[in-house]
Design a protein around this ligand. Structure first.
Ligand code: GLU
Length: 505
């Protein structure tokens, strides 16, 4: 493959038809981050050009085809806000959208090519092919199909069939010349035809191969732009030969660069979570996943990093997709998630956090978001990065601490006079005229002055007594959310703990 010139404006075809793009996954049951990026770019392109996105499930591999997995994937797309136009769960005029239900179309197309002499039947067995490939390699030749069945006579073919051989169908590919892929991202990329062999389009079991089925379906579904992972660039010359044989202009191709792991290897399971579903379970927001994934290979041309889907649709263009591989960075994703969390209304964050609150035993089945829960969430919103972190961050709101942070105990509970100060705090809790952040704060400051200590010397022990921790959101706002009598009880317990400790020491 050779790069001939830089990508240029070959994004739109001359015809007036609105663009039609497709995402064509094999149904694995989860959406890899790299695939999420591919489908997102298709969606953004479709929405920004007034086009349509088709979801086609390439489920012809019988060992893996599972309809349920395909629906799971479709649901993940919808959860992300990638509201495709046609496909499973949606229907549409060019269905069926499961490739396995389109085999008759593939066979008919192959028959046509056979009738036109653009394809031929090949009777070679896998063993024969392997043997000849090996011999070619030993002789220093390329291990490509040697064209043995290209010129079989009808009689020879009949004899082979009579011997029980079932043919595959191969496409006749020119032996000379070059095939140029005009790629919207990589520019013109040349492939020598001599390096392509007469590849199989229909296997002997009558099933089409990927390079054939995909093109037949893309033609049937009126696809105008094929936007997909770079790893398919090398399949593209073959697919162009299929288009030519079928007498159809190829679509615009746009190959998007790989998403690599931080060590620049292929991103896989061993790099931790790589599926959208895993991030969903870890409490990531669909808005944030979309935002992060958009930045894998695309940039707005300035340093903005936070985008909503609508903003992405307004800003997106294939021209701004980079040719270099994107490197996946989970910390950045976490940061982007935190940014989106803070932009949501706290009541909405609370609503989305309910499943995690339930899991942590902090919300009952069927519990609704109320004002107090919303206030608690609002208080910690600046401190959490995912929905999954919310239960721990607002635990104080639901129950008394079971233990106290050890370093905190040494620092704030073991100090001289700690028990007396906790007693003073408890009295404030009992006596402050109103249980509001302002009133509590005023009382704490007045008490600190009266005792001749810094306010921090009352604030830190109180936080430890009420939450068990040394850090957290504004203490006075936090106290306001704990019922007054509960705050009194927690301060009493801490005072008793400190006295017991002092007695033992
Ligand atoms: N089923 C192929 C894949 O998942 C589709 C490639 C394409 O978009 O043509 O990689």
């Amino acid at each position: 493959m050779r790069l001939r010139r830089a990508a240029c404006c070959i994004l739109h075809r001359g015809d007036v038809m609105a663009p039609r793009v497709r995402f064509a996954p094999s149904p694995s049951g989860y959406l890899h981050i790299g695939s999420a990026r591919t489908v997102l770019f298709n969606y953004l392109f479709a929405r920004s050009t007034g086009g349509a996105l088709v979801l086609r499930i390439e489920d012809t591999d019988p060992s893996r085809s599972k309809e349920e997995l395909a629906y799971q994937m479709a649901d993940t797309l919808l959860w992300l806000g990638i509201d495709y136009d046609e496909g499973p769960r949606k229907g549409g005029p060019y269905g069926p959208y499961f490739q396995s239900q389109r085999t008759e179309r593939h066979r008919a197309a192959a028959e046509r090519l056979l009738a036109e002499g653009k394809a031929y039947r090949c009777y070679c067995t896998p063993e024969e092919l392997a043997e000849r490939r090996e011999a070619a390699v030993l002789a220093g030749r390329a291990p490509r199909y040697d064209g043995r069945c290209r010129t079989l006579t009808a009689e020879e073919a009949r004899a082979l069939e009579a011997a029980g051989r079932r043919p595959a169908v191969r496409l006749r590919v020119p032996e000379e010349g070059v095939t140029v892929v005009h790629d919207a991202i990589y520019g013109d990329v040349e492939f020598d035809n001599a390096a392509l062999d007469d590849f199989i389009i229909l296997r002997s079991d009558g099933m089409a191969t990927y390079n054939f089925a995909s093109v037949v379906d893309d033609i049937d579904m009126r696809i105008t732009h094929v936007i997909r992972a770079e790893e398919h660039l090398s399949n593209t010359p073959k697919q162009i030969h299929v288009y030519r044989a079928l007498g159809v202009d190829p679509p615009v191709f746009a190959h998007v660069p790989m998403v690599l792991a931080p060590d620049r290897s292929k991103l896989s399971k061993r790099h931790g979570a790589v599926a959208v579903e895993e991030f969903r379970e870890k409490g990531y927001l669909p808005e944030a996943i979309v935002n992060y994934v958009a930045l894998l290979g695309w940039s707005p041309g300035d340093d903005r990093e936070i985008f909503t889907m609508d903003e992405l649709i307004r800003e997106f263009s294939l021209e701004r997709v980079s040719r270099t591989a994107a490197v996946y960075d989970v910390q950045k994703m976490e940061w982007i998630n935190a940014q989106h969390l803070r932009r949501l209304p706290p009541a909405e964050v609370a609503r989305r956090a309910l499943p995690w609150l339930r899991k942590a035993g902090l919300a009952a089945e069927g519990a609704q978001v109320d004002q107090r829960l919303t206030a608690a969430v609002a208080l910690v919103l600046e401190r959490v990065r995912t929905l999954a972190e919310i239960p721990a961050a607002i635990e104080f709101f639901f129950r008394a601490p079971e233990t106290y942070d050890e370093a905190g105990v040494r620092k704030h509970f073991a100090a001289e006079g700690a028990a007396e100060r906790l007693a003073a705090c408890r009295r404030i809790a009992e006596e402050v005229p109103s249980w509001t952040a302002e009133a509590i704060e005023a009382a704490y400051r007045a008490e600190a002055e009266r005792l001749g200590v810094r306010p921090a010397e009352l604030i830190h022990p109180t936080r430890l007594a009420v939450t068990g921790r040394t850090v957290g959101p504004s203490l006075f706002h936090l106290l306001e959310l704990v019922p007054r009598d509960e705050a009194v009880r927690r301060l009493e317990r801490a005072e008793a703990f400190v006295r017991a400790h002092a007695a033992r020491a």
